[in-house]
Design a binder for this molecule. Sequence first.
Ligand SMILES: Nc1ncnc2c1ncn2[C@@H]1O[C@H](COP(=O)(O)OP(=O)(O)OP(=O)(O)O)[C@@H](O)[C@H]1O
Length: 504
Amino acid sequence: MDDMNFLHQSFDGSSVMNFPPIIIVEDDKLLGLSLKKYLEQTLKLNVQLYSSSEDCLMNFAKFHPKENPFCLVTDISLEQGSDGLLLIDILKDKGFEFVSIVMTGFASIETAIAATKKGVFHYLTKPFEIENLKKLVIQALQTKLSTVLPREIVSEGEGVFAAGDRNKATSRLKIDRPTVEDTFEGMIGRSKAMRDVFDRIQKVAKTDSTILIMGPSGTGKELVASAIHKLSSRNLKNRVSVNCGAIPAELLESELFGHMKGAFTGAISNRKGRFELAQNGTIFLDEIGDMPQLLQVKLLRVLQERQIEPVGSSENIDIDVRVIAATHRDLEKAVAEGKFREDLFYRLNVIPIKMPALKERREDIPLLISHFLDRFVSADRSNEISFAPLTMDLLMGYDWPGNVRELENVIERLVILRGGNEILPEDLPAKIFRSNPLATHQYKTLFELPEIGVDLKQILSDIEDSLIMQAMNRTRGNKNQASKLLALNRTTLIEKMKKKNLEL
Ligand SMILES: Nc1ncnc2c1ncn2[C@@H]1O[C@H](COP(=O)(O)OP(=O)(O)OP(=O)(O)O)[C@@H](O)[C@H]1O
């Protein structure tokens, strides 16, 4: 079945030009126009072109989120410093749902990672083959349709729209894939600890109670807040987030409660605070443990009286906002140490949700890996990534102090920097080997102490020589790559080799 037939069938034969549009934001006029023309002609889809994020936003202001475009293709660094990733954020905040593809003139890992964090479908490094953009748009279309069409339609047929291809790709991963039961509002987890969290979210979502989410950094506290909001009756209103630890103390009050014109230098007009912006919705107070004491008092009053007082105003505003707070700190300890107000703690801790560290639920690691890999597999079919069994064991044995966020970053880097499509132990960052029981176990058997003892200095030096030479051989003499395998600076490796007279 070709692309066009598929679309006609899927939409009862209605014109594909009625299908939600593709939006392109590109400040290079010539490039923008050629992309638009090419996609219109080859896919017969409605393509709208904007030269800046401002233009695009102005146009979107006229739409209701239900009139989603299905795909946004944007340059990352647009003229006048505007930023494609920010544009994606703003539109998603407004409730638009679409698949995003970003184009970037410079391929930096950081940019790519920032892009995938925003749920970006794929990024293209300029210059790229226009054909590749078309392929990605078709895949984006497939993704979009799979969410609005019955499964049979999506998996029917062959060619670009056959869902079977994707299954083929993923079945080659030697990793357990998350099932529907392992997925809850975008969160993955099969462990008892995570199933308990999902249960609790479901129970509390329908209430208006204040929630306190506690747990180490990167365990998904923000995802929990978002799930509670989505499942609550407030979901048509805003969920507004404030990172209480990231905003300077002197600005936080006005950020939360708003200010009146002239309230302080720089207050050139009245400004609504985040509580007011969250009216009838939910406010997510992240890193509440870092809130300055003075504001803790004010927040307590707001929670008790359900009224806010903008800075410089003498009038109170009634608010109807559900409060969800989160912290990676041990708040009870902070209370005991006098760093956090006890009365506020009890006011917030109506319903606690405790997020488990990843090392306490290692069985979720393969599922999460598979979930993060999916972003890449679905965007590029040639990416059939698998893991050597030892690689997986090492990932399972590591303690993940940065929890799911750290795992997500490691997988993204592995995918972006990988040499082949099988990830081997030597592709892993050095930290995974440190204090890893599996790696330590190997060392133990490798270096069993002989009855007669050893010359430790000599042995250590021999081991060093051997590992350096192995790394140099494996990388065909590339000192840069060899130094990575050994977790050394390139210059340290060169110095060592000079000192030891080691050359290939
Ligand atoms: N169970 C999960 N399934 C899928 N992705 C997850 C899960 N938990 C966390 N993540 C991902 O890990 C990253 C960190 O999650 P999040 O920001 O919610 O953590 P956090 O606990 O709020 O961190 P912090 O305390 O540092 O603010 C995000 O990219 C999120 O999508």
